[in-house]
Design a protein around this ligand. Structure first.
Ligand code: 5GP
Ligand code: ZN
Length: 116
């Protein structure tokens, strides 16, 4: 059995309200928000990090930034701005080994969250 927390959320084994869902991604709010808006775009497929993305996965990631743009619009950040962050591997501080992109904003982030 897969012991991955994000796989459990994707499968619905751990309930987590979805802001958005399509064939490749779900989007949920981060459980420990680092700023006013902190959402996570999570692949439905278990891919450990950017480093494990295979050629075949390119079709999944083609829409990643348009999903981020949709989330920014839903969260009213299109005009004010936002940050999209992907940690990959040990030195980045990646804590959950299942691909996710952070979408952060809702406040002025200049000079903030540099160590996330
Ligand atoms: P990473 O450091 O891997 O880039 O970020 C992992 C993020 O996932 C963290 O911001 C953490 O708060 C969030 N997170 C970890 N477990 C859960 C969970 O069970 N539910 C939600 N919504 N977020 C989680
Ligand atoms: Zn997983």
């Amino acid at each position: 059995m897969c012991d991955c927390i994000f796989c459990k959320i994707v499968k619905g084994d751990i309930p987590s309200p979805r802001l958005y869902e399509d064939e490749n991604f779900i989007v949920i709010r981060d459980i420990n928000p680092l700023c006013k808006v902190h959402d996570l775009i999570i692949t439905k497929k278990h891919i450990k990090s950017v480093n494990e993305i295979e050629k075949d996965d390119e079709k999944i990631f083609a829409s990643l930034f348009t999903v981020a743009k949709k989330i920014a619009a839903m969260e009213n950040m299109s005009e004010s701005g936002y940050r999209v962050v992907v940690n990959s591997g040990k030195d980045s501080g990646q804590a959950v080994p299942h691909f996710h992109a952070h979408v952060l904003g809702g406040e002025d982030l200049k000079g903030k969250l540099q160590g996330m």
